[in-house]
Design a protein around this ligand. Structure first.
Ligand SMILES: Cc1cc2nc3c(=O)[nH]c(=O)nc-3n(C[C@H](O)[C@H](O)[C@H](O)COP(=O)(O)O)c2cc1C
Length: 149
């Protein structure tokens, strides 16, 4: 069964609400035969990445970049996964207070290096997520998971 790996850094209730919406989309009953695994970014390993078929990444914007936790994840897995994960689909979300540009740029740059294939538009949210934000997060999870069916 294909596996979707969600790697996230979730330090606050707003980030948790987004993660839960993404998870709800990815695990909606219409999507059959896709296993969804979730890992905190500080605990995800190269083995987790190699064992999965697609990826969903989630992070707050911190100090103009992705969180140190998600950066640490990439630092750990980049070379061990570079050869074997080329072309695999991924999506991501970024939550921030006001400006998520640097975090988006960083994720785009690293995933381009990995040659992962973006399977959905990124979702960016600032402040408290509203209904439309949470729906976009649900869609993000559902789209990337459905692509693995
Ligand atoms: C040290 C620190 C740096 C931050 N830097 C940024 C930033 O560069 N851009 C941004 O949009 N938000 C920034 N934020 C806000 C976080 O993205 C935000 O706190 C996080 O997504 C959790 O959201 P919440 O505080 O609304 O629950 C920063 C927060 C902290 C604690």
């Amino acid at each position: 069964m294909p596996t979707l790996l969600i790697v996230h850094h979730t330090p606050s209730p707003n980030c948790q609400a987004i993660l839960e919406a993404v998870l709800a989309g990815a695990t909606t009953p219409e999507i059959e035969n896709v296993r969804v695994e979730r890992r905190a970014a500080l605990s995800a390993t190269a083995s987790d990445v190699l064992a999965a078929d697609g990826y969903l990444l989630g992070t707050p914007a911190n100090l103009g970049y992705m969180s140190g936790a998600l950066k640490h994840f990439f630092d750990q897995v980049y070379y061990p996964c570079l050869d074997e994960t080329r072309g695999r689909p991924f999506g991501y979300y970024v939550h921030g207070g006001s400006d998520v540009t640097g975090a988006v740029r960083g994720i785009e740059s690293i995933t381009t290096g990995l040659a992962w294939r973006r399977a959905a538009e990124p979702v960016t949210v600032t402040g408290e997520p509203g209904k439309a934000d949470l729906e976009a997060c649900w869609e993000l999870g559902a789209t990337v998971a459905a692509g693995l069916m």
